[in-house]
Design a protein around this ligand. Structure first.
Ligand code: HEC
Ligand code: HEC
Length: 277
């Protein structure tokens, strides 16, 4: 219920933000770099979504416009290509872009077409500093604060890891995020913030390049860890939990037992006898 409320508030906030940004028409390059670059390259290979180089040759413009506005609507309409693309990308839904006007989308398509001939020279992830997995873990669970004070990732995401078993359920479980999306995909998501809830949390409190590298290193380790390690720690938690439960029960018993001692059974017998006397 609480999660549903938070989700509702965040989505509404994003929607309002979207409406205000309609007033400022943006050109194709700006839109691509602000909105699409987290998941797509033009000529640099697959990231979270497919490489968009020459996408204008694969589809009618109208199809592309509809897909960008609401990919799930296209998929649910029974479009076979869209459905198999969705399945090929681990059923990762591409977010809707209700804030983009048809003209802005045409601008993006023109930009993609132009860049398909001459790809951008650099990508954000190419120049990443090396990451420290231990530090990434501490950042993830909030033991170390982010430099810009953003919320800990585990307020919305879980990672199964020896030593801790926690994390919110608003976002997906990230134990195998690197397996699903590749390390550069994860890096691109943390820097590009394609999801409204994450954008809401971090756009004004950006995660630094070094922190992104540390988190990616941590998630890479989490993806590779031996599952037996995790289950071993679940076992420990259960054992400790069980022991605590028994202690609490014993404590309760002793409290009741003390009360009973104060009122011994023969108290009532005694009272009855006094009455009858
Ligand atoms: C959160 C990641 C994400 C963002 C942000 C995103 N996309 Fe996508 N996109 C995907 C995924 C994943 C697919 C594959 C289809 C699916 O899973 O639904 C896709 C598919 C596409 C396709 C179909 C490609 C093909 O080969 O047929 C186009 C076109 C596209 N996206 C354009 C865009 C544009 C333009 C933007 C920015 C306005 C954008 N996307 C933003 C994830 C994203
Ligand atoms: C306010 C909640 C929130 C916070 C905080 C948050 N996320 Fe997310 N995140 C989401 C939501 C919602 C999604 C999109 C849908 C999903 O994965 O369930 C998402 C998606 C992702 C994905 C893609 C998952 C996949 O496999 O599809 C990754 C990777 C990710 N987040 C990493 C992080 C990292 C790293 C942090 C900490 C810097 C973080 N998130 C903080 C809510 C959050």
């Amino acid at each position: 219920m609480k999660i549903a409320c938070t989700y509702f508030i965040l989505t509404t906030a994003y929607f309002l933000l979207s409406i205000t940004s309609v007033w400022a028409q943006k050109n194709g390059e700006t839109v691509f770099k602000e909105t699409c670059v987290a998941c797509h390259t033009i000529g640099k290979g697959k990231l979270v979504g497919p490489d968009l180089a020459n996408v204008q040759n694969r589809h009618q413009q109208e199809w592309i416009i509809n897909f960008i506005k609401s990919s799930q609507t296209v998929i649910k309409s029974g479009d076979k290509y869209a459905d198999s693309l969705f399945k090929a990308f681990n059923q990762m839904p591409m977010p809707d872009h209700p804030n983009l006007s048809t003209d802005e989308i045409k601008g993006v398509i023109a930009y993609i077409q132009e860049q398909s001939a001459a790809p951008e020279p650099t990508t954000a992830s190419a120049a990443m500093p090396p990451g420290d997995s231990k530090r990434g873990q501490e950042l993830f669970i909030g033991n170390i604060r982010f430099v810009n004070q953003g919320a800990a990732c585990n307020s919305c995401h879980n990672v199964d890891r020896k030593g801790f078993l926690s994390g919110g359920a608003l976002g997906k479980d990230l134990t195998h995020a690197v397996g699903r999306l590749s390390a550069s995909g994860v890096t691109a998501i943390i820097s590009g913030l394609p999801f409204p809830q994450m954008k809401e949390t971090y756009s004004s409190k950006p995660v630094t390049q070094q922190e992104i590298a540390d988190l990616t290193a941590f998630l890479t380790d989490a993806d590779k860890q031996d599952p037996a390690d995790v289950f071993g720690s679940v076992g420990n938690y259960l054992l400790i939990g069980g022991a605590c439960g028994i202690l609490i029960l014993l404590a309760l018993y002793s409290v009741f037992w003390v009360k009973r001692k104060k009122l011994p059974v023969n108290f009532f017998v005694f009272k009855r006898q006094i009455k009858s006397a």
